[in-house]
Design a protein around this ligand. Structure first.
Ligand SMILES: C[S@@+](CC[C@H](N)C(=O)[O-])C[C@H]1O[C@@H](n2cnc3c(N)ncnc32)[C@H](O)[C@@H]1O
Length: 258
């Protein structure tokens, strides 16, 4: 059983439930803005119906990210059900964890880093590998990237990227895997993808696809790759808070430059 999935289960079965989905207020807006908001609301509802395939008793909420309050994402409700999940629901969650409905600690830290260092992305073509909610790619666009390609093998994550991009007024290009990327890339950003040890080989292959690579991670204890240097260490929690072990709250950002 996957460690993250286990943690999600523990979290889902111990948190109380209340709170409501944020609704867009259509009053006093120009028609084009209103149309966009209606489309975003419809896409939000569709995304929520995807969540319901594994977690029928949970809702999505629009929430500001603690370390980057200017970024809002459609994420799992912050107040979660108190009662244990029914067996079937639990099985579904384990079979296909909805990583995209969390903003992971590493994603928060890397997004905050890019917003604080727009020179890293300004005018550049950026690829967000393992985009999930799209938080890092969205931050790159907000910081002035020319283009961001969000890559995720989970189709629901790409749907989440689309909704979250619309919420934040930016555009992302979405693809399912690296092979589908045709255009040259200046910078690859990847947050919290090394929880899956099968992804470790990407540490070697990503630098062949772009001049610069930034990796944010809190899952590898002794990250000691000769071609990456530590850029910064920061404490952060996944949002909504999964109350993970403190060691997973120590996020390190690594850089590979040619
Ligand atoms: C833990 S989430 C992190 C999401 C986001 N980067 C963040 O920090 O909030 C990991 C995401 O990477 C995706 N992923 C994992 N391995 C991948 C791979 N080999 N190729 C593409 N996406 C991958 C998963 O589907 C998931 O959406």
């Amino acid at each position: 059983m996957n460690t993250l999935a286990q943690q999600i289960i523990v979290y889902l079965s111990t948190k109380p439930s209340i709170s409501s989905v944020t609704h867009l207020d259509p009053s006093d807006q120009p028609v084009s803005t209103l149309m966009k908001d209606i489309a975003t609301t419809a896409a939000f509802r569709q995304l929520e119906s995807v969540l319901h395939q594994t977690l029928p008793s949970c809702r999505l909420e629009r929430s500001a990210i603690p370390l980057c309050p200017s970024v809002e994402l459609a994420l799992l409700q912050t107040e979660l059900p108190q009662t244990p999940l029914p067996d079937e629901e639990l099985r579904q969650v384990l079979a296909s964890p909805a990583y995209w409905c969390f903003c992971w600690a590493s994603g928060q830290v890397l997004a905050q880093y890019l917003l604080a260092h727009p020179e890293r992305v300004a005018g550049k073509s950026v690829l967000d590998f393992g985009a999930g909610s799209g938080v890092v790619g969205i931050a790159a666009m907000l910081a002035g990237a020319r283009k961001v390609i969000a890559v995720d093998l989970d189709p629901a994550a790409l749907a989440a990227c689309a909704v979250n991009a619309a919420i934040n007024g930016v555009q992302l290009t979405m693809v399912h895997n690296l092979d589908a990327v045709q255009s040259p890339i200046d910078l690859i950003i990847a947050a919290d993808v090394l929880y899956d040890r099968d992804n470790l080989h990407f540490l070697d292959s990503l630098p062949t696809l772009a001049t610069d690579v930034l990796i944010a991670d809190s899952r590898i204890k002794n990250f000691n790759h000769p071609q990456y240097r530590l850029l910064q260490t920061q404490t952060a929690t996944t949002w909504p808070d999964l109350e993970e072990h403190p060691e997973y709250n120590q996020v390190r950002v690594f850089e590979h430059t040619r």
